[in-house]
Design a protein around this ligand. Structure first.
Ligand code: ZN
Length: 372
């Protein structure tokens, strides 16, 4: 029985260099029109009854090589439950295995969130009471940029994710946020919906998601470097969302991401924007302090450095939104590794925990929305 490796499906990415005996040699394919690569997702057939070793030999040249030490591959046999696989990173090669119990095995960089699952999420949530759906625009490949809105309050809140399509944890977070916000038995989110109107864009980069990209859209553009001047030719995904923000205003914004290297959840802010005020900054720091006290899955020690005064990069959405609307914006980063302070040896940082962290963020926002 021969082994086949296949990634020709929604969000798949791998190239087979060779199969010799029980060793499968692989490389990750770059994003179209770009040098970025790190996301992989593939299926192995014919895996039963033999111990196989998989070697991704171009791991060292990926976008974030520090992402590999301490990282563990996600493995599934039913495409629902994703467990950590024993993984080694040595000599620039990422190596892991399957033990032969199942005929079909899937591997991925993180629990995938396929475009098909995205479509199902939109269909399900759009039918919930009080939810309105808008197609804000279309991607370069013509895919919908979906926005779900809910709530009756005067404060416009924007939550958006997957500018970087390989950061699938971000859409798991969005699924959790949408489920909490549409739970009519939840008093926390009922109060939030009375004070704010929420606009959620669960997937800003459907083309990159389907194509199995790490970081860019169909033209190889990093959408989170387009917010100062998005165009219909390069970045229609950002243009339509920014235009919709201009129409509603923004009282609070969160851009949801994943980080390859840091084994923790953390938030990055907007220090260094030209019109920074300490009052605006204090809301941002207070949000982090409260979330840190509220959830063992959040911390403030590990994270990115702050930009110096006046040095913020206004091409990035959090800086642009905070600058443009004089508001509190933030970038939530979740790990591909684990939240080490509260680690899980079986699942690592997982879809279920992404969804719970979304709930914790909404609980903290509920405490703070009056001041935003
Ligand atoms: Zn990102």
């Amino acid at each position: 029985m021969s082994i086949t490796v296949n990634a020709a499906f929604d969000s798949g990415n791998i190239r087979v260099l060779g199969i010799e005996g029980d060793t499968v040699t692989l490389e990750i394919v770059t994003d179209t029109g770009s040098d970025f690569y790190q996301w992989f997702h593939f299926r192995v057939a014919g895996a039963q009854g033999r111990a196989l070793t998989y070697r991704i030999v171009n791991a060292a040249g990926s976008a974030y090589p520090p992402g590999w030490p301490g990282y563990k591959v996600r493995m599934s046999t039913d495409r629902e439950t994703w467990r950590l696989a024993e993984t080694r990173y040595d000599g620039g090669v990422l190596e892991f295995g399957s033990t032969g119990e199942d005929e079909l095995v899937w591997f991925a960089y993180f629990a995938p969130y396929t475009l098909d699952r995205h479509d199902a999420l939109i269909a399900r949530i759009a039918r919930e009471p009080g939810v309105t759906h808008r197609e804000l625009g279309q991607s370069l490949d013509g895919r919908a940029i979906d926005c779900l809105s809910l709530g009756d309050g005067p404060k416009p809140v924007w939550l958006y994710a997957r500018q970087h399509p390989g950061e699938t944890m971000a859409e798991w977070w969005m699924e959790g946020a949408l489920e909490r916000l549409t739970d009519t038995a939840d008093p926390v989110t009922a109060a939030l919906r009375a004070k704010a109107t929420f606009h959620l864009v669960p997937n800003m980069n459907p083309d990159g998601s389907f194509r199995g990209h790490l970081r860019t859209n169909a033209a190889g553009v990093n959408l989170n470097r387009e917010w100062h001047a998005p165009t219909a030719e390069r970045s229609p995904e950002v243009l339509c969302v920014r235009d919709a923000m201009d129409a509603t205003g923004v009282a609070f914004a969160m851009d949801v991401h994943g980080d390859e290297s840091i084994p923790a959840n953390f938030i990055a802010g907007f220090e260094g924007i030209p019109n920074w005020t300490d009052a605006q900054g204090e809301h941002f720091y207070a949000f982090q302090r409260r979330l840190s006290a509220h959830s063992p899955d959040f911390q403030m020690e590990l994270g990115y450095g702050k930009s110096a005064p006046g040095k913020a990069n206004l091409t990035m959405s959090t800086n642009q939104v905070a600058h443009r609307f004089g508001t509190v914006g933030m970038t939530l980063e979740m790990p591909f590794k684990d939240h080490d302070a509260n680690a899980d040896a079986e699942f690592g940082w997982s879809p279920e925990r992404c969804k719970r962290l979304a709930g914790a963020c909404l609980e903290v926002l509920a405490e703070m929305i009056d001041g935003m």
